[in-house]
Design a protein around this ligand. Sequence first.
Ligand SMILES: Nc1ncnc2c1ncn2[C@@H]1O[C@H](COP(=O)(O)OP(=O)(O)OP(=O)(O)O)[C@@H](O)[C@H]1O
Ligand SMILES: [Mg+2]
Length: 305
Amino acid sequence: MKVAVVYDLENLDESRVKMVDSVCEALSKYHDVEKLPFGDNFIERVKTFDAVFNLSTAHLQMHVPAILDVLKIPYTGSSPLAHALCTDKILTKIVLQHHGIPTPRFFVVPIGEEPDSLDFSPAIVKPPRQGSAKGIHADSVVENVEALKRAVRRVHEQFREPALVEEFIEGKELSVGIVAEEVLPILEIDFSTLPDGLERFYSYRVKHYYGEQTCYICPARIDENLRRKIEHYARMAFKALNLRNYTRMDLRVRGDEVYFLDVNSLPMLTPNYSDIVKMAEAAKLSYEELILKIFNDALRCHRDL
Ligand SMILES: Nc1ncnc2c1ncn2[C@@H]1O[C@H](COP(=O)(O)OP(=O)(O)OP(=O)(O)O)[C@@H](O)[C@H]1O
Ligand SMILES: [Mg+2]
């Protein structure tokens, strides 16, 4: 098949360049592959391909699949609807709650308003439409109304978004991936090896500057009942959010209670770096096998539509 690997030129950092090159390399043993950055004449150019591996992020995450739907070209990943829901953490939580999938309790403070009480503590204040831990810092976790007001104001001013205030769950941090209807081994992120004084969660600085000092354990050190419970809710969330082909969900566990924090409808696929790739390794899937599994499942999903 003639396959385009589509990506956006914005936010093209080192790990994204590596992801695009590695996906091309993995597919090129079986298909006629070309890189296609989103840009001028995209519609005309993409029409000449039989299928797309969609690696476009952030702003284009839902637009590229929307264009491909109109052109009836099969592509990897979810539909525009699922990406739209998952790029907004408030909408994601409303859908999860509606389906009885556990997520931390929360409230929203719209721009122009100020919170005057805090019903649960500690709480974490987040911008709902960002990713990669943007806007998440040590002082995003608050225990009183004054600190809450400051954190809310920062989200409003810095991102021009409402502020999402969630109960902060002290506990193990896990991530669960689904690829081609298979739940991969669950990944545990252990922050206990970080230097003293650093927050024990994925703040912006921990995610971007302390990756090497964070410990990744796969499969996670959890018992079989908890594993089954997570798998059950992850499959439910996959359906409820209309996800397709592959995804990654972040969660925390406290005792044997599970809380879904965030659903990544287009997780990164960088070798030796991305969580999904670590999970695939634990399932004895090589990088090439993972990419082909995603691609072949995407073709199957489109045949079934
Ligand atoms: N309610 C919560 N309780 C405990 N920790 C939390 C909570 N919400 C967020 N965190 C911490 O902050 C991190 C980032 O939060 P979240 O996953 O919501 O943001 P994100 O920017 O979408 O992350 P990414 O896109 O990188 O997955 C989480 O991985 C977790 O460590
Ligand atoms: Mg997350």
